[in-house]
Write a protein that binds this ligand. Sequence first.
Ligand code: HEM
Length: 444
Amino acid sequence: MPLHIRLYTKFVFLLLLATLVFGLFSSWAYLYPEVFNKYLPFYQLRPMHTSAALFFIISAATLCIIIFHKNTIGRDATTGIFEKTFITTWVATILVIFIYYSFKKFGGREYWEFPAWLALPLLLSWVLLMIGYYKGWLKCADKKPLYIWMWSTGILFFFITFIEQNLWQISWFRQSFLRELTVQWKANGSMVGAWNQMIYGSSLFLMVMISGDKTIALNKKAFFFYFLGLTNLMFNWGHHIYNLPAHGAIRHISYIISMTEWLIFISIIQSFKNKLEEARKLRHLLPYKFLVASEFWVFANLTLALFMSIPAVNRYTHGTHITVAHAMGTTIGINTMILLGVLGYALDIDKKINTGRKLFTRSYNLAQASLLIFWLSLILAGIIKGYRSVTLNINSFQQMMEPVNNVLKLFAVAGAGVAIGLGIIVVQYWQSMSDSNSNVKDVK
Ligand code: HEM
């Protein structure tokens, strides 16, 4: 693995560790402001946590694509000059963003709360990635498997939605609060669709590699699902603007469409599991475990989303911790699990973690069990808050939050379990990099 790819991989792991540490501190800073307000207040920790999470997801998605480019398109992107420059400028900009955050200098809009000018180097970096990627894509005349279409779509749509997300910088969009908010929420919703294309593409690639069955990514059903996924990317943002004045039809259509995206994933992963030979599964057991975990979290979040979208239920859940459960349930349970599986495969983790296997399994189990409690406690906190504010009509915020805060203590403890479990796995991945063997170039 070339040095810059090795360093970028370590940077991705650092982002995940930062997400876990900032997340943990955020939960404590929320519960005990008197201790944290002086040095690390919640208003500083929250953007540090959410930005680290978003940058981890997006950077890891690009890393997987760059690493597996040669195996899929034939061009070695790990030595490409465009990719090299992308990595340098992308990483440098993220570091500058965190320096600004550490001085409590904020700007931008939700999840991207850094000074607005920093969006420009991020965008230019992305253009470099696109040039490198599409150069290989155009030269490749072979029939392209579905994961390549998904990567190509995700990269293009991230570019489009990132520009959309920054439209507020043009004064016309700021003239009307509603206009600005609608575009913001819409862009954030579509951006999730864009990175899901990149990540689901990589999960499909992983399924092909583990099973050795190329047809999973070439058959008609897979391509039908691709178009369904594309429709999702373009239209499912409607569920992000439920609370803005919009025509009812937009809500209903987007709701139905957003549910289909997860059904696609469940269907693909189940047909992969049904056909998988035991020997192949055992050869890549650790990445396989992450795929199985992501499948469980797709089911769980799909169920939650179905409930959340019933208007009578939404009346209680809106603006409560249930929304946070939905956001973290999907970014940790689905995105992070898939990315850890794919990166584990890239590092050939099954061969490397020998003595540490028991520790890995324990950490994995701890992370999954804690995540379940973490997620359920957020849902419970949301139900109690919704009940007290809507049914009991309690106006005093402090009084309304009293029992909610007790549940949030459970959330913070479970969060520590998630952080420890995933943290240990990341450290094991990191250590495995000192071994020079990897699946990066020799995948057949
Ligand atoms: C891979 C790990 C993680 C990812 C990807 C992640 C992602 C996110 C995201 C996307 C949000 C924004 C939610 C929203 O706006 O509704 C968020 C908020 C938050 N996260 Fe995490 N998170 C992770 C781990 C953790 C951990 C281990 C904790 C520890 C308890 C934690 C605590 C929090 C807190 C306190 C908030 C703010 C909630 C609020 O403002 O009400 N996170 N996280």
